[in-house]
Design a protein around this ligand. Structure first.
Ligand SMILES: [Zn+2]
Length: 302
């Protein structure tokens, strides 16, 4: 299990805030306090010298997601990269599988160095394979590149509202059969690490949206992921559901947490029926299990 409900403590030059709160029972109360704090700081900003206003919820870790709140209209960057901020001050930070040990957050002029927890990723080495099984077919490469570009374009379109504050649901009932970040090394050549969580379930079992969002992509036959649905949960967070046998939603459609969006299948490159469930923040692939823990610990918006 992930450590939930801990306000991440950055390296605060000149300030020492160490806020630990329990999100066990008082989600709304805590978030209200944070909102009031933020409003107060925003008022301070208007009145005089700038003060850092961003609050973080969750622990930065490789593959993980951290929720943030600053004042409306605040400016945030992570390692120099602009971070989308909602009109009400909500934002997200995502950390890649191979993120460095520290990341620099600048929120409204205040610089913090975040410590990013390392994780051990399983590596499976297989040697002595026939080269044809290791090197992709060049004829398929153009198609794969075009599909990757399509997905990248859809991930780059950032929804403006924190729909992810709806709470979180399991995307399918079943046993986890593959984890995020695991990597195969074939004949000494590293393949792309596994980018999601695999859930083994019978073909036809319902697949649900993990949180509120807007359907950002529906394709019936992508090379790797087969019938695929992507959902934009706002501020850079998207989820993907792959190898489906059926889809029940269309691009642009609003969906609610827990809504059935399709059914488990084995389309695309799949050896049997399962749901491949992925998550991303902008172009950063995230561990869906970390995302689920982060969203489960978040206070809910209605
Ligand atoms: Zn998978």
């Amino acid at each position: 299990m992930k450590e939930a409900g801990v306000i991440a403590k950055g390296d605060h030059p000149g300030r020492s805030r160490d806020i630990r709160v329990s999100f066990g029972s008082d989600h709304m109360k805590v978030w209200t306090v944070l909102t009031i704090l933020t409003a107060g700081l925003a008022a301070g900003l208007a009145a005089g010298p700038p003060a850092g206003a961003a609050e973080l919820q969750g622990r930065p870790e490789q593959g993980g997601l951290v929720l943030g709140l600053t004042h409306p209209g605040g400016e945030v960057s992570l390692d120099g990269r602009p971070v989308p901020v909602g009109a009400d001050g909500h934002f997200l930070l995502g950390f890649s599988r191979d993120a460095a040990d520290t990341a620099t957050l600048v929120a409204d002029g205040e610089r913090r160095v975040l410590t990013v927890a390392r994780r051990d990723w399983p590596v499976q080495r297989i040697d002595g394979l026939p080269p044809a099984k290791v090197t992709p077919d060049p004829a398929e490469l153009a198609r794969i590149r075009a599909e990757n570009q399509l997905i990248a374009d859809r991930r780059a379109a950032v929804g403006p509202r924190p729909l992810y504050l709806s709470g979180v649901d399991n995307p399918a009932d079943g046993v986890i059969s593959g984890v995020f970040g695991s990597q195969r090394v074939l004949n000494g050549e590293p393949r792309a690490p596994h980018s999601g969580t695999d859930i083994a379930a019978p073909a036809g079992a319902p697949v649900r949206a993990i949180a509120d969002g807007t359907v950002s992509l529906v394709r019936a036959d992508l090379f790797f992921t087969g019938r695929t649905v992507m959902i934009d949960h706002g501020l850079g967070l998207q989820s993907v559901y792959a190898h489906l046998s059926r889809h029940d939603v269309a691009e642009g459609q609003a969906v609610r947490r827990g809504q059935v969006i399709g059914a488990v299948g084995a389309s695309g490159r799949a050896t049997g029926p399962h749901l491949h469930w992925g998550a991303s923040w902008l172009d950063v692939r995230l561990d869906p299990e970390s995302v689920r823990a982060a969203l489960a610990a978040a206070p809910r918006h209605q």
